[in-house]
Design a binder for this molecule. Sequence first.
Ligand code: GCU
Length: 355
Amino acid sequence: MPDKPAGMRFKVRNENKNALGGLATRKQITIYFTQAVDAPSMEVLLYLPNHVSGPVPAFAGLNFSGNQSVHPDKGIFMSDRWINNNQKGIQRNRATEASRGSQASRWPVETLLKNGFALVTAYYGDLEPDHADGWQTGIRTSLQQELNLAPDQWGAIGAWAWGMSRIMDYLETEKRINSKQVALTGLSRIGKAAVWAGANDARFALVVSNESGEGGAALARRNYGETIAQLNRSFPHWFSPAYKNYNQAPDKLPVDQHQLLALIAPRPLYVCSAAEDQWADPQGEFLSAVHAGPVYQLYGKTGLGTAQMPAIEKPVGETIGYHIRTGKHDINLYDWQQHLAFAQKHFRKKAKPKT
Ligand code: GCU
């Protein structure tokens, strides 16, 4: 994982202290990765709760369809980047007005704000468009020199994860954010990237894997649901080329995904699955969380505290949390409520006692 480029800079493009009917302050920031006028960049959307003063905890995560998809708030700048046509309100690979709020069910902005959390997000395609040739226009090519890494030395998942750390670089400069209490979250392919970013960057105080599946939280050697071969065939650009050597031989992998999760120790980690999302292998995600536990124990922490797969919608765990809910592959309010409660529990513990 390369470090940040030396010439990186931030520009606050817009600030509205009276967003969402006064509930929030909305800031939109461009992260320019170099000093050049036409530097590769990333658009960050930040909502801060207005009813609390001082630095607040935050949830951070990349989105699938551009920042305007996260909330119908008309003040959000529309993405002008390449977006997959399979996303709602996208035509000829560009966002239209119809994409505003199209992903709102995945981002309960008001709920987070009312609980005193900020939300920060950016479009994952700002780092690399998610298709096989996306690397040619993404940061793996445009920042090749600055990062001193050839495009085939990493994959799109790595590029997205790298971008998450650049959001953290910004948050460290934002006075209204408690940068020691930033929870990183991600769904599915972005969940794979979130776990990787969380493992590499200990500034993320808490990590959430939402149905990250194969190449994310799910154990590869179970060969259940999606396999390494299927992952690499459908998405050849996601991982480093060496991963393909294991297409037919997951048993030869020197590591498995529980070890990836264990790299997040001793920081709190939440893993979750959906009953109808067998493609992501809920059991494999759970077992991975179980077997990350011994590393948490080395730090004197209890991971899940159980090896028994819990019933539907009966969250379990201590420093590692887990739930499986009804329904399909997605992230919904139920998931967020558990993530929020988990973050509140752990962040409160760390908070200095009031004198
Ligand atoms: C596909 C892919 C998964 C991925 C998912 C997603 O289903 O096979 O590995 O997690 O897309 O990102 O929604």
